[in-house]
Write a protein of this length. Structure first.
Length: 353
């Protein structure tokens, strides 16, 4: 904290320099191409996504992938609030993924790389056409810093400081390809765009947003926390090490699930299994005979027992998902802690069985 810009304006030279440092360290760490613009925006990942939905969509038809709560939220915004007419929503149940071969990249595409509430990720970016005519908008908030992203396939990438790097929430990051910038300056939406979402002025991109200026007032305490996380990631080996740690955490749970008689992954397909938001379902004969309310009560009992012991917090599955557990496996988690957690999970199950 010795060098933090606390008490200073975010528009001061020091404040702007801190925000620019977040941008440049993020660029280097993630390997973002030099001609992609990066900015700090309001309202976490949600704000970053909404900025692009409201500012870019409407020029072409839109394909939306929807298979968990956040991507379903984007589908709702596009169909019910923006009220676009030419929209195709490709939906799938929790734990599954829509058929990616049906996506037409000459239309605009909106999707989440990783679904935190279902534990499902897209397997890769091969389904995104190199010669596409549309703009690809990717909510990558629980994937970036933990998975390799094919930047050449993505025109908009959004994330928050909170998810993978464990920073304070409320601030989002927005990454724009030259194709996305072209859409912003060549297309004017037919609806009013709120001030928090505006990225152009007089038909030109507001370049200041990508040089350390912000639309609203950021917390410079949160900025310093974000910088601390980025420096830590650099010290331990950068993105390759973050990815390695994430995969190692998933591997521990994969070995445990393989040997277990009562637990399974919510996503059945290995290639779409998230290594960060690891979602598990109960897979036991006597448990399956219970009603859903009793099943959820059982899981809630397990989660409470683990919390009472100081072992794990907030690992209950998503409320709309099948009753189960959700364990964070990102690179800020030590693999030794995942290894220590596993026998406690068996203990909690046995206690209530």
């Amino acid at each position: 904290m010795a060098d933090a810009a606390l008490g200073r304006s975010h528009r001061s030279a020091q404040g702007r320099a801190k925000l620019q440092e977040v941008i440049e360290r993020s660029r280097v760490l993630l390997g973002v191409p030099a001609d992609y613009r990066i900015g700090v925006v309001p309202a976490s990942d949600t704000g970053a996504v909404e900025m692009c939905l409201w500012s870019m969509l409407g020029a072409r038809g839109v394909d939306v992938l929807s298979w968990e709560s956040f991507s379903r939220g984007w589908a709702t915004d596009i169909t019910r609030h923006l009220r676009l007419e030419d929209v195709r929503v490709f939906d799938a149940d929790l734990g599954k993924l829509p058929d990616l071969s049906l996506i037409n990249c000459d239309r605009d595409v909106v999707f989440a790389w990783n679904g935190t509430t279902s534990g499902v990720k897209v397997p890769d970016g091969e389904w995104i056409a190199d010669d596409r005519q549309g703009v690809v908008i990717c909510d990558a908030t629980s994937a970036v810093f933990a998975m390799d992203l094919p930047w050449e396939k993505l025109d908009v990438v959004t994330y928050s400081w909170q998810k993978v790097m464990g920073g304070e929430a409320a601030h989002g990051m927005l990454i724009l390809s030259p194709r996305a910038v072209e859409r912003l300056v060549s297309f004017t939406p037919p609806w009013p765009v709120p001030k928090l979402f505006r990225m152009t002025q007089g038909g030109q991109l507001n370049e200041a947003l990508f040089r350390g200026d912000t639309i609203n007032t950021p917390s410079l305490l949160c900025v310093e926390d974000a910088l601390d996380g980025l420096r830590w990631a650099e010290r331990i080996g950068g993105l390759p090490e973050l990815v390695r740690r994430t995969r190692a955490n998933l591997a521990v749970l994969e070995q445990w699930v393989e040997a277990s008689a009562w637990i399974a992954f919510l996503p059945d397909r290995l290639e779409i299994r998230s290594p960060t938001s690891i979602c598990l379902r109960i897979d036991d004969a006597w448990y399956s005979e219970l009603g859903e309310d009793d099943q959820r009560a059982k899981v809630k009992q397990m989660v409470a027992a683990l919390e009472d012991e100081g072992v794990a917090y907030d690992i209950n599955g998503y409320r709309a998902a099948p009753p189960g557990l959700r364990i964070w496996g990102g690179g800020t988690v030590e693999t030794s802690d995942i290894e220590a957690l596993v026998p406690w999970l068996d203990w909690a199950w046995a206690e209530g069985a």
